[in-house]
Design a protein around this ligand. Sequence first.
Ligand SMILES: *Cc1c(COP(=O)(O)O)cnc(C)c1O
Length: 480
Amino acid sequence: MSKLLDQVFNPNTFREEGYKLINELAEYMEKIIHGSSDLPVLPYNTPDEMFSFWEKDFNISSDKNLNEFFSKIINKSIHLHNPKYMGHQVPPVLPAAALSDFLSSFMNNATGVYEMGSAGIAIEKLVIKVLAKSIGMNESAEGVLTSGGTLGNLTALLALRQAKTNYNIWKEGTKNKTAILVSEESHYSIDRAVRIMGWGDDGIVKVLGNNNFKLDVNNLNDAFRMAAKKGIEVIGVVANSCSTSLGLFDPLDEISDFCMKNNLWLHVDGAHGGPAAFSEKYKHLVKGIEKADSVIIDFHKLLMHPSLVTAVLFKDGDRSYETFSQKASYLWEAKEEKDWYNLGKRTFECTKNTMSLKVYSIIRTYGLKFFDEIVTSLFDLGNQFAELIKERKDFELAVEPESNIICFRFLGKKKNEEELNLLNRQIRKTLIEDGKYFIVQTEVKNKTYLRTCLMNPFTSLNDLNDLLDEIEKIAKRFHN
Ligand SMILES: *Cc1c(COP(=O)(O)O)cnc(C)c1O
């Protein structure tokens, strides 16, 4: 064996470097989750500055030490465990889930084929079963884990397409003009999935929400009729639980009745808000989710897992075998022939990492009640933040929030919409460059709003009050 290979696989070095890394992360966590770290939330660098930093790093001629590299990475990262991080829907991860991910990387069992990942595959079936039960689906539900909500949506929409066309579309390609009805507020991955399926512009019928930006059955009905008049066959509906931009939940009970009546497949995009089902206090927001034909739920958003792990659930488990083959519907007709353990037949991934491990490590150690606790506390915090915003006369909410996503803007002295948009963009840019907070922004009907996703249960009302103070201070810098 070469000397270098021996060095790379030296167990003592591995042990030493591993201990050091865990130590460093533990110290980091100790400080950061209580807000006492002096690291900025986002150590802001322009893309070119960042590139030249790493180019210099690569060209250092001295000994390259792995732990020193790890420290650099920590310093150059956006710090999601900081309670003042409240930007995109990416969470501070649960330490136990991160450890499980590390173990999964090292063992590198691939869960596409049974022999290659048997423990993880059995655990995946268990995780899916527990999740399906938690959202109220019955024993016949089945599904898979996959790499993210985007792929999850595409997987579910392919099953929808197989189920609702009466010819072998997998073999013959698309023959008729088919479409799905979606909310104007749906995530872009839905639009993308439809275009990947080759349905083009006509394949996606955007339905106007009511005044609350939620799907409305009257509007669904109108859109359904209009499409039929144009010779487009609508075969399904996609509802949001919740929408990405504003965090609002579509009324699933009514929508599922509409789908049942019109023989349409209902897909629920619960990437962000699906976990509301775990919360005794907030599960009313997803009432009816169990009636959907397919549902996706991301574990790497509200449930605080490292990315990526998404569940795709099918109410009628047999459907999950049809995604990638029309034939499957008769091939797997006899129940015993459904080889649930060869997951690659039902997922995009061929080599798939053991993503079930991290989920199971959490529910096995802390129980499902922990998911209730996370969701409930983050949604409570969202409601309390909205109250703080309403108390300040210079601020305005975009909508009454229903989740941990809160959108608002600074008004200050009355101005026209264009000036307000500019001011709020300036505020957000200054805020994140200062590094004390990280928030994002969104456009709603041509208005720019500041957008916060409260992903960190350690974020306090004090932090949120301070954020509003900070925004007022920054606005003054722009003479407001
Ligand atoms: C985040 C999100 C997605 C995309 O999920 P990824 O895991 O980021 O691919 C899809 N739909 C909704 C509603 C989302 O919030």
